[in-house]
Write a protein that binds this ligand. Structure first.
Ligand code: MGD
Ligand code: MGD
Ligand code: SF4
Ligand code: MO
Length: 854
């Protein structure tokens, strides 16, 4: 049986109807469908018919969220039909999370982009039809290569930007190397609209700029802080399976203004007032010290053994001898001595009695007490110091790098690509010598990744860079696996920036909002089933490193964006007389045979084998799982490290002092360097970054009043944004299961985009459950459904991120052809604000909203 899903007519009849108007109609170029891509192929036709066949389980990996699970896909006759965890992984093992299955709807989505397309309407804007038409690969690469050559010949190669969203480790080719061959410094990742502030605290205390692993299975007390590990961050598959066991072994308290899925499965919920996380963490530290509950072995003790931490009283630094930490008494004297639970109760809305109890129970469990920190408490305008304070609690109880605590992952045996610098010509070298478009490193944007001024990225600011032509005009962009016109706050700026951009190439699976501004659209493979790729991640005291591969038929004209696209572009550039990139790519040979790649598909495969060679090649030294060779490794599809060893870093933390720094000498150095670079004082740096600290507090976790945007009277509620359970980052947007099952987000309803408020607030605003409402903020307004729900903190409005697409496909948008959104995108009402020390975009605490009946 072959049936057209939407109309019920058979495929043969369908094609007959289509026949006269030809391929263009298939691409949705009929008068009725505007610019949009419609199903050309009946997705049901290729399903196996007749008797049931059991397929082959092929290893792969998932980038549906940052858990990066190792999975297996069941493939029947070249089609994937089911997903499960890869039992060989020591991180997630046989488990996979619910949203892993939505990948099937992604890969077989009839709305996928099916072939290269070109814009025919020169005008760009949100309501403008791009009038895409199909083109040949030849034409696509001609146009892209010509544009690059033109920039290079005009001495404008730096006016090129490469944006990346999600990625595999093949990113080093497209994101790391290609822009340098173009001659541009502008490699802009999405990291700072993702999680950079979460890495800030760990870096400026222990010198570790990365996600942590948490040994929850061996913890006796767990504080879940601004995150939702059984729904979003991080090792969702693992924790979905293990949560019951973890709860049996530990008490769990969740700090979140929203009644999250994890809060519902905790012993305590601390509904902190948005942005007051610093107050809560500092008061907990105060209690741990005054009650004498810090871990003496890690932190040290008073010389005479008597606890002198008494509220309001300073302590003589000489009376305390620290072991593996630095500055605990300074922290007390400058900040903690006055941060009493009563003071914090007033700020946070959490009763002093609960603060004392939770802090004391947490301290009593030392060192098997763990704070699991996510973005909620720290991706805030003044969240950098919160990140230090929250992570600092792990320092006080000695659970850093320790059993039952917050640990690092093992190193990963990978091999970088050969050095390309000798292949760069003068145009490239000169081009690289420009300021970057996101203005990282300027006075007001230190983005101190790894201690360096301008070491990080300020993703969201690259839109302003383009609009204001500051530092210069951008003439060409390539973006892949991203959708900043939807995913970055104050989306209007992206609409303006992308309208202004002369030439944009988008490499994606779906025609999302950012694609609407493209000049050339390159249909991308799906990372799990149609291409080579690899990622590593930590969890369960191991690091794993998985491989995905082409395992199903590519039904459409797709290419893999990181390696295949780069190769094809390199070939075209070579044809036009600029062969340096192709010459370089040919040095990435098959590690088994030494053969040079002859085409784009070989290149992607050899690059993958090269990058992972230390994993599979028995001749190369590596730790963890051992393999006999490439085929042996391919069969397993995942490498595991040995179990993480505790206390490897005690006394050898990778920062300025080697100790866990409550008083951050490392931050002090970074701030000093940055201040000197701009010839200002450290206070002036902080002021430019919207912080209020003065003196020594600049180097210590301390309290900062939350920064908000908008008038309290006009906008009476604080928005609490969170991730939707079935959001695969932005990528399940066109999967109807996402909408059918939307009520798995606590308090939400199926098919609807919902904002939730407390009954008391509803009454005050004269609103009722189920009302259609307009939510407004100083940044904009959206329309959605109101649910009145007791489990929302009064004074806040809680809404998941994910709906509100005006593009992306016929399921995602209310009317894809007309650009009418389904629900409202949170980023249209989130003002573009930053945690500037890390470069992060602020998603929490600053967003004031009003809600009115529509
Ligand atoms: N389901 C799902 N999971 C995902 C993703 C996804 O798209 N969907 N994306 C993945 C990605 S890319 C990342 S970076 C990680 C990020 O993972 P997290 O950083 O953990 O992000 P969220 O899950 O959004 O968690 C933020 C939490 O903070 C809470 N919150 C909001 N305001 C405040 C506040 O002021 N204080 C405190 N304490 N909490 C607050 C929210 O209610 C929410 O529960 O998630 C990954 N996991
Ligand atoms: N309000 C609010 N905003 C947020 C968040 C939030 O919690 N709240 N979360 C933030 C976080 S943590 C992150 S990481 C960012 C993510 O934001 P982005 O980095 O912009 O990523 P997505 O929106 O997930 O990207 C969607 C794009 O990827 C394409 N795509 C989907 N699958 C594939 C694939 O397999 N290959 C390729 N090449 N393309 C594919 C789609 O066509 C679409 O264009 O969003 C951030 N924005
Ligand atoms: S969506 Fe996230 S948790 Fe789920 S399988 Fe994929 S990577 Fe793992
Ligand atoms: Mo993210």
């Amino acid at each position: 049986m072959s049936r057209n899903k939407t109309s019920g007519i058979s495929r043969r009849e369908f094609l007959k109807v289509m026949g006269s108007t030809g391929a263009a109609l298939g691409l949705g170029l009929s008068a009725t469908s505007g610019n949009k891509v419609l199903a050309e192929e009946d997705p049901y036709e290729v399903l196996p018919e007749g008797e049931h066949k059991s397929g082959e389980w092929v290893p792969t990996g998932c980038a549906g969220c940052t858990s990066w699970c190792s999975l297996e896909a069941n493939v029947v006759d070249g089609r994937v039909i089911k997903i499960r965890g890869n039992s060989r992984s020591k991180v997630n093992g046989e488990s996979s999370c619910p949203r892993s299955h939505l990948s099937l709807q992604q890969v077989y989505d009839p709305d996928r982009i099916k072939r290269p397309m070109k814009r025919t309407n020169p005008e760009k804007g949100r309501d403008v039809d791009p009038e895409f038409v199909p083109i040949s690969w030849e034409e696509a690469f001609e146009e892209i290569a010509d544009k690059i050559i033109e920039l290079r010949e005009n001495g404008e190669s730096h006016k090129f930007v490469l944006w990346r969203g999600r990625y595999t480790r093949l990113r080093d080719i497209l994101y790391g190397i290609l822009p340098e061959f173009v001659g541009s410094p502008n490699k802009i990742s999405h990291s700072s609209i993702c999680a950079e502030a979460e890495k800030f605290g760990p870096y400026y205390t222990e010198g570790y700029w990365a996600y942590r692993d948490y040994d929850l299975q061996n913890s006796d007390y767990i504080l879940i802080w601004g995150t939702d590990p059984i729904q979003s961050n991080r090792q969702v598959s693992l924790y979905s399976r293990e949560w019951g066991n973890i709860l049996e072994g530990a008490r769990i308290a969740t700090v979140d203004p929203r009644f999250s899925r994890t809060a519902a499965k905790s012993n305590e919920w601390l509904p902190v007032k948005p942005g007051e996380d610093g107050a809560l963490a500092l008061a907990m530290a105060h209690v741990i010290l005054t009650e004498g509950l810090w871990h003496k072995e890690f932190v040290g003790d008073f010389v005479d053994g008597e606890n002198k931490f008494t509220a309001g009283e300073e302590v003589d630094e000489d009376e305390f001898e620290e072991n593996y930490t630095h500055g605990v008494v300074k922290w007390w004297n400058e900040e903690l001595k006055d941060r009493t639970p009563e003071w914090a109760a007033d700020k946070t809305g959490i009763p002093a009695e609960q603060i004392v109890r939770v802090a004391a129970e947490f301290g009593e469990a030392a060192p098997h007490a763990c704070v699991f920190m996510g973005g909620g408490g720290v991706m805030q305008t003044r969240g950098g110091y919160n990140s230090m304070a929250i992570h600092g609690l792990n320092g006080l109880v000695g659970s850093i790098d320790n059993e039952g605590g917050a640990v690092r992952g093992a190193s990963v045996p990978n091999q970088s690509f050969p050095d390309h610098s000798e292949f760069l010509d003068d145009i490239s070298r000169e081009g690289l010598d420009h300021e970057m478009i996101d203005r990282r490193g300027r006075l007001e944007f230190p983005a101190f990744k790894d201690g360096e001024s301008g070491g990080g990225v300020v993703t969201n600011l690259s839109a302003d860079g383009i609009i204001e032509e500051d530092p210069y005009e951008i003439k060409m962009g390539i973006g892949y696996w991203n959708n900043f016109n939807f995913a970055a706050p104050e989306t209007e700026r992206w609409d303006e920036a992308m309208s202004k951009l002369d030439f944009y190439v988008h490499l994606v699976t779906h025609q999302s909002e950012m694609t609407q501004y493209a000049d050339i659209v390159i249909p991308s493979t799906h990372h799990m089933f149609e291409q080579w790729g690899m990622l590593y991640q930590k969890g369960n005291l191991h690091t794993h490193f998985w491989l995905s591969r082409p395992m199903i038929n590519r039904h459409w004209e797709l290419i893999e964006p990181e390696a295949e696209f780069s190769w094809l572009l390199a070939e075209k550039l070579a044809e036009k007389g600029y062969s340096n990139m192709l010459d370089y790519f040919k040095t990435i040979v098959d590690p088994e045979t030494g053969e040079e790649p002859e085409d784009y598909r070989e290149f992607a495969k050899y690059a993958t084998k090269h990058y992972m060679q230390p994993v599979w090649d028995p001749e190369m030294e590596s730790h963890g799982d051992q393999f006999d060779g490439w085929e042996d490794f391919k069969e397993a599809g995942v490498w595991n490290s040995d179990e993480f060893e505790f206390q490897q870093y005690w006394g050898e933390f990778t920062n300025s002092t080697g100790d866990f720094e409550f008083y951050s000498e490392t931050l002090k150095e970074a701030l000093e360097e940055h201040a000197e670079k701009h010839d200002v004082s450290i206070e002036e740096v902080l002021e430019a970054c919207k912080y209020e600290a003065e003196g020594e507090l600049a180097f210590l976790p301390h309290y900062e009043e939350p920064y908000t945007v908008g008038d309290d009277e006009e906008y009476p509620l604080l928005l609490v944004d969170s991730k939707s359970a079935l959001n695969r980052e932005g990528r399940s947007a066109n999967a109807n299961w996402y909408y059918d099952l939307k009520d798995i987000d606590p308090g939400d309803s199926t098919e609807a985009d919902v904002i939730k408020i407390h009954p008391r607030d509803a009454e005050e605003l004269g609103l009722e459950d189920g009302d259609e409402v307009v939510v407004s903020s100083p940044a904009g307004e959206i329309t959605c459904q109101l649910n009145v729900w007791e489990a929302v903190k009064p004074g806040t409005a809680s809404k998941t991120f994910g709906m509100g697409h005006w593009a992306y496909g016929r399921v995602a948008a209310e009317d894809f052809a007309d650009g009418e959104p389904r629900g409202g995108n949170n980023n249209e009402i989130i003002p573009a604000e930053y945690e500037r020390l890390s470069g992060s975009t602020s998603f929490y605490s600053h967003i004031k909203v009003n809600i009115e009946r529509a």
